[in-house]
Design a protein around this ligand. Sequence first.
Ligand code: RRO
Length: 304
Amino acid sequence: MIDLNTKLGNRLSLSNPILTASGTFGYGDEISDIVDVELYGGIVTKSLTLKPREGNPPPRIVETPSGMINSIGLANIGVDLFLEEKADFLKIYRGQVIINIAGRTDSEYCEILKRLTEENWIDGFEINVSCPNVSEGGIEFGTDPKILSNLARKLRDLTDKFLMIKLSPNVTDIRILAETSQKCGADAVSMINTVYGSAIDINTKKPLINSVIGGLSGPAIKPIAIANIIKSYRVIDIPIIGIGGISRGEDVIEFMLAGASAVQLGTVHFYNPLAINEILQFLEKYCSQNNILSIGDIIGKVEI
Ligand code: RRO
């Protein structure tokens, strides 16, 4: 038997290193007829804001070569409805429950965290400071180290639960934001959120996405994620959770060699929702063929 257990610092342990990526798995309940949600080490929910949000007008998703562009605009049910409608499902879920949080101001992020940290079935938080698609409460929290550290310190003071900061690749040097997250007491960073992207219909001459520019995800961005993880792994000691176009078991190994302690599956859910089954089988096979007893042994082992 291969040991797939994964410790993310002192506050969170996973039965395996595969999580869902925020925004691609709802709150876990709706997809549970199709996918065995218990196969994941944990669920990361769609970003929650204080109040419900309709999101951006359509079209807000378009397929592109080896990927897709989204401009959902933080559509979500808000904290109250989340607690009313989704808690029952998540309370009996056996994996870890990580709530992704977004806000327009520091106090909005804090208010959401304060309310949710009381709930004993919630295991941790992913702080979204990297949404590319909203005018307020998106990426501005994740591009300026001062703004990020103000927010991260306040959040750290409010919870003893696992706290991870989700970083954007749309910055000059992601390492500075990763180091800032560590200094402010984050337990982990996750990277990367989507990469700015756009696409145009050559017949209508119109952008294929209403907001013109959105966030590119899927295998197209995998090399960008790997590069950001390799760079960040060298400068921080807290775990990195890798995100960006993972669709196969081979990708998980590649992310872990680069320095990821765990990964999140995102865009693959839209075209192969059963990928988790194949990925777990591959990890077992790869580890036994390579005499790896514990999957954690390969973290950061890229030979440079
Ligand atoms: O909702 C979105 O448009 C969105 C978010 Br919150 C995010 O973090 N990343 C993304 O690509 N889209």
